[in-house]
Write a protein that binds this ligand. Structure first.
Ligand SMILES: [Zn+2]
Length: 311
């Protein structure tokens, strides 16, 4: 794929202009749905207070964005009031602080003639997250592998409206393929574009059985775990999930084995008259309780073994 200054999408991935990074269709949208927007919301609330110190600081630093960020047209000109400049820059800074790749890709040429207080609606990520969560739940969520549905059919019956505008640009690459490139001017348009591509290419969404977050699946619809890195480790849910189910299998066997040994021991004692029927029942009840606790994981394997071998 040639480097483009626009967003390029093929049947597999979305290529973002910065670093020409590729993301499989569905990963950016599901990551957006799982973003923790608490800090973003706090920033927005603070912007709405128009604190003089904040305003001066933000306007003074205008344009000094961190390295690696795309030059984004904030459409600021000197005829604007300080309040307006402040809202444009500060909102955009808050957006970038989410670190979602889409935050660096928006091109705000469509914001030229917008009254600046309306920008709070355009940047309402919480509302967008809610809207797309609902749409994904209704049209793309796959509960189990037997779930056989056509996402387009579900979308047809989806009564809410998703909105977005993306301009399409055609270019011919060096290897003579026709490329579709897109210019989307705000986050809602990027989400809209990706959502539609998910419908088009049967990219479904599942809930990770390890971390509970939504992730995109395609082809391998039985996939149970996401590929996100678990915070503080070098492992992904997929890697941890696979070892957990292996560990569980290994653990369950010694648990049952020890239980069976205790069971036989108790019956032998009853047979030889060392304990009564009542004592037998009581001890079996005890062993069963220990076994169930160990299987459920509320009793450590070693503690379980220590206790059941004394029965
Ligand atoms: Zn996960």
């Amino acid at each position: 794929m040639d480097k483009s200054k626009y967003i390029t999408i093929d049947e597999k991935s979305i290529y973002l202009p910065i670093d020409n990074e590729a993301f499989e269709i569905g990963t950016l949208l599901t990551d957006f749905l799982e973003l923790d927007l608490t800090d973003f919301q706090n920033s927005v609330e603070r912007i709405k207070q128009y604190n003089t110190n904040d305003m001066n600081k933000v306007i003074k630093n205008n344009g000094r964005f961190q390295r690696g960020y795309a030059p984004i047209l904030l459409q600021i000109d000197n005829s604007m009031s300080d309040k307006e400049k402040y809202v444009r820059i500060a909102l955009h800074n808050a957006l970038k602080a989410t670190e979602h790749p889409y935050a660096y890709e928006v091109e705000y040429s469509s914001l030229t003639n917008i009254e600046y207080t309306k920008l709070f609606d355009i940047f309402d990520l919480v509302k967008l997250q809610k809207e797309y969560r609902a749409a994904v739940n209704d049209c793309l969520l796959k509960q189990d592998e037997k779930d056989n549905f056509n996402p387009l059919e579900r979308y047809l019956n989806y009564s809410h409206e998703l909105n977005g505008k993306a301009e399409i640009v055609y270019t011919v690459s060096n290897d003579l393929t026709l490329c579709e490139e897109y210019i989307a001017s705000d986050i809602s348009s990027l989400l809209y574009l990706e959502f539609m591509k998910m419908l088009q290419y049967n990219v479904f969404v599942r809930k990770c059985e390890n971390c509970g977050r939504l992730f995109a699946v395609r082809g391998n619809y039985n996939k149970k775990y996401c590929d996100r890195r678990i915070y503080g480790t070098s492992k992904t849910c997929q890697e941890i999930g696979a070892t957990n189910s292996f560990k569980n299998k290994m653990l369950k066997d010694p648990i049952i084995g020890e239980y069976q040994r205790a069971y036989k021991r108790l019956y032998a004692r009853k047979r030889t008259g060392k304990i009564t029927k009542e004592e037998l029942d009581l001890q079996i009840k005890k062993a069963t309780l220990l076994r169930d606790k160990a299987v459920a994981g509320s009793l450590e394997l070693q503690d379980y073994i220590d206790q059941i071998t004394k029965i």
